[in-house]
Design a protein around this ligand. Structure first.
Ligand SMILES: Cc1ncc(COP(=O)(O)O)c(C=O)c1O
Length: 364
């Protein structure tokens, strides 16, 4: 089963996420809106009004969107949740005689973002990487000065190893982009951090008279980013786009959870979409998936490779996780029943979130 739909999700509503994160992101060196690029040939192919791709290949000088979440979570953790408005505030809060190390497990992008924050703040970082991550992505993490442990294990096992490293260091902070029982503050801040991306999309669409989007396609690993997109769009009063979850077939834990109606772990395999190769949905995000996600698809590497090829021909710098959204929308709009379930017509506006560029993951 590689398709799930729940049209009632569009009428579900939740509280708006905190908006204090925007000011912090705007204070960061090199912050600017990432491009929202129109793709008329894809709109024609799909038989819809307009298609845009949000290009995260150069977010804050890194090749993926993950720094949005890591930067805010690290800032909040180091200031005891005091909503800092700049890196200077965060720097001032660090006790240099007892400086904490930052620890994370990663499929590549999140760990690089945490290590990047550590480097900017003069802190140590320890990053654990499971199998299946490209040499380039590993080198990117090392390039940030992190202590890197590469293990022949799954993502979930790498998270366990990061927990052990954290408890073995006197002042370490585990900055993980998923929640579990008793570990919720940092993932919540990460999810808040991601909302900057949707705020930008809305403003960019408004500026060209294309607001609101009717469908937003989201690449999914543990589903923290999906949670952020759901929380953003299900708390608006003036729009309710369909939200499409896109996963690899070898790591479709959110699709399986949605289909069964209960949080479900799956055994993961090997995929070019390494950032999405996760076996367990984040526990605090699952209720948002359950209530607020309209549809979910699962993709083979072949389908994602085709989408990568299409995007590269159009000069869009997408890595596999980014291109997965095009492959996902191709699947989600391939029958009139599915289009109807998603509320998509010939005039609809669709946004593909391309969460990484080729420099994050070359899809070897
Ligand atoms: C590029 C990219 N896209 C999407 C995701 C999925 O995000 P999440 O794990 O929050 O679902 C990740 C996760 O690492 C990623 O690196």
């Amino acid at each position: 089963m590689t398709w799930y739909s729940h049209p009632q999700a569009r009428s579900w509503r939740c509280a708006a996420p905190s908006d204090s994160v925007s000011a912090f992101h705007q204070s960061l060196p090199n912050y600017e809106y990432t491009p929202l690029i129109e793709l008329p040939t894809i709109a024609r192919e799909l038989g819809i009004g307009r298609v845009f791709i949000k290009d995260e290949s150069a977010r804050l000088n890194l090749a993926a969107f993950k720094i949005l979440g890591a930067s805010w979570a690290v800032a909040q953790a180091l200031t005891n949740g005091s909503q800092p408005t700049s890196l200077a505030d965060v720097n001032a809060a660090i006790d240099r005689h007892n400086a904490p190390a930052l620890v994370a497990a990663t499929d590549g992008n999140h760990g690089r973002a945490v290590a990047h924050m550590a480097a900017q703040l003069g802190l140590e970082s320890h990053i654990v990487i499971p199998r299946g991550v490209s040499d380039l992505a590993i080198a990117n993490v090392r390039g940030e000065g992190a202590h890197v442990t590469v293990l022949d294990c799954t993502y979930d096992e790498a998270v366990d190893r990061a927990k052990e490293i954290t408890s073995g260091l006197p002042t370490a902070i585990h900055v993980q982009d998923m929640s579990w029982d008793g570990y919720t503050d940092i993932p919540e801040w990460i999810i808040e951090g991601y909302t900057t991306l949707c705020v930008e999309i809305d403003e960019q669409l408004r500026a060209i008279d294309a607001y609101p989007a009717n469908l937003v396609a989201v690449p999914v690993g543990v589903g923290s980013f999906l949670h952020s997109v759901v929380a953003h769009y299900r708390s608006r009063v003036d729009c309710a786009p369909s939200v499409l979850s896109v996963e690899p077939v070898v790591a479709d834990c959110v699709l399986q959870s949605l289909t069964r109606g209960v949080l479900t772990s799956v055994d993961t395999g090997v995929t070019i979409m390494s950032g999405m190769n996760c076996g367990t949905p984040s526990s605090d995000s699952w209720p948002f998936h359950h209530a607020g996600v309209d549809a979910a698809v699962a993709l083979t590497d072949e389908q994602t490779r085709e989408a990568l090829h299409t995007l590269h021909e159009l000069n869009i710098d997408s890595g596999p996780c980014g291109a997965a959204t095009l492959a996902g929308v191709r699947q989600a709009l391939n029958s009139s029943e599915r289009r109807e379930a998603l509320g998509i017509t010939n005039d609809s506006v669709v946004v593909l979130i391309s969460t990484e560029g080729r420099a994050a993951n070359p899809a070897l």
